[in-house]
Design a protein around this ligand. Structure first.
Ligand code: NAP
Ligand code: ZN
Ligand code: ZN
Length: 349
């Protein structure tokens, strides 16, 4: 039976999010229905609802860091049962046939993955995200949350965790690798923890020294303020890999010059406006500029298991749904330490 659930939605790019109700589809043979217990707030939620990445379809219920407990499974479901602890990240479907899907990199599906919100599902209905009481998702796009990861800690891993884990793995971060992380926010703080857990040497590049104590406590070996011009002189040619997690435009050429020969700067942040890059810093040390999008289902499961095993947990501030608009303002002011997670209990039932 389809079900009406409470949710928080944006109705325009400028309106605050407000309470509403949405309908979740009938549980099909391959579907898993679960009660949402926690939903993380990703900066992408803000970019999307504020139309910084193009015009979304309103009303829109954001949230793609979703953790909860299974309440019902379809007749053909084999991976999950009622009572299981599960999660959903940034997408809920893909074509399942293209080379990317077959390779387990559904995020790069040639026909386009189906986003957890602001997309259209196979049933032709708009998808709606995790700032809500329950959701129905095909079992192949549901993750198992390991027993020793609390649900509220698992939620941010489903976007911020996999988005930083995947490039660290792709570019072989580990012992002997010098990794820098630009921006100590939701993605950035997990990048520090994950890179450290993989054995890399980690440096934080933050706007100011305000978060220095935190950065070092999270595991960074070094911490620099990018507002200090000396930072760019001191750190020339110092890194093998730089993850840029900043949601705003940066002087990418200045950051590229911090890479050593053959180093790579990976764009994870997706600011609204294009950025300029000078050719010189790329040419003179054969440096690369790349990007990376979340991660596939198999790698997301691998990341959850890695976090459980290596005790990697996000630092979170749990909030009630009615705090979401204030939380957005604090994220925009770089005043998040380090992920807001909505306790959705008041939206259930
Ligand atoms: P966040 O929590 O707001 O963190 C971004 C951090 O960037 C801030 O904490 C701040 O760190 C720094 N920053 C913000 N504005 C800045 C400015 N004007 N100049 C320099 N630094 C600035 O955001 P998030 O949730 O981690 O997301 C970060 C970005 O990644 C967003 O654009 C988001 O859409 C994108 N994203 C991409 C993917 C993907 O698959 N590639 C997945 C998820 C998110 P300091 O205070 O330390 O400087
Ligand atoms: Zn996200
Ligand atoms: Zn595909």
């Amino acid at each position: 039976m389809s079900k009406t659930v409470s949710a928080y939605a944006a109705t325009s790019a400028t309106a605050p999010l407000t309470p509403t109700t949405i309908t979740r589809r009938d549980v099909g043979p391959h579907d898993v229905a679960f009660d949402i217990h926690f939903a993380g707030i990703c900066h992408s939620d803000i970019h999307t609802v504020r139309a910084e990445w193009g015009q979304p379809t309103y009303p829109i219920v954001p949230g793609h860091e979703i953790a909860g407990i299974v309440t019902e499974v379809g007749s053909e479901v084999t991976k999950y049962k009622v009572g299981d602890r599960v999660g959903v990240g940034c997408f809920v479907d893909s074509c399942r046939e293209c080379a990317s899907c077959r390779a387990g990199e559904e995020q790069y599906c040639v026909r386009g993955m189906t986003g957890t919100y602001n997309s259209v599902g196979r049933d032709g209905e708009p998808t709606q995200g995790g700032y809500s009481g329950a959701i129905v998702v095909d079992e192949n796009y549901v993750l198992a949350i390991p027993d020793n990861l609390p649900l509220e800690a698992a939620a941010p891993l489903l976007c911020a965790g996999i988005t930083t884990y995947s490039p660290l793995r792709h570019w072989n971060a580990g012992p002997g690798t010098r990794v820098a992380v630009i921006g100590l926010g939701g993605l950035g703080h997990l990048a520090v923890k994950l890179a450290k857990a993989m054995g890399a040497e980690v440096t934080v590049l933050s706007q100011s020294l305000k978060k220095m104590e935190d950065g070092l406590r999270l595991g960074a070996d070094a911490y620099y303020a990018t507002s200090d011009p000396d930072t760019f002189k001191t750190l020339q040619n110092s890194f093998d890999l730089i993850l840029n997690t900043v949601s705003a435009n940066l002087d990418l050429s200045a950051y590229l010059s911090l890479l050593d020969l053959d180093g790579t700067l990976v764009e994870l942040g997706m600011p609204e406006h294009p950025m300029q890059v000078a050719a010189g810093p790329l040419i003179f040390k054969r440096r690369s500029l790349s990007g990376s999008l979340i991660g596939g289902i198999a790698e997301t499961q691998e990341m959850l298991n890695f976090c459980a095993e290596h005790d990697v947990r996000p630092e979170i501030e749990v909030i009630a749904p009615d705090y979401v608009n204030e939380a957005y303002e604090r994220v925009l002011a770089s005043d998040v330490r380090y992920r807001f997670v909505i306790d959705t209990s008041s939206l259930r039932g």
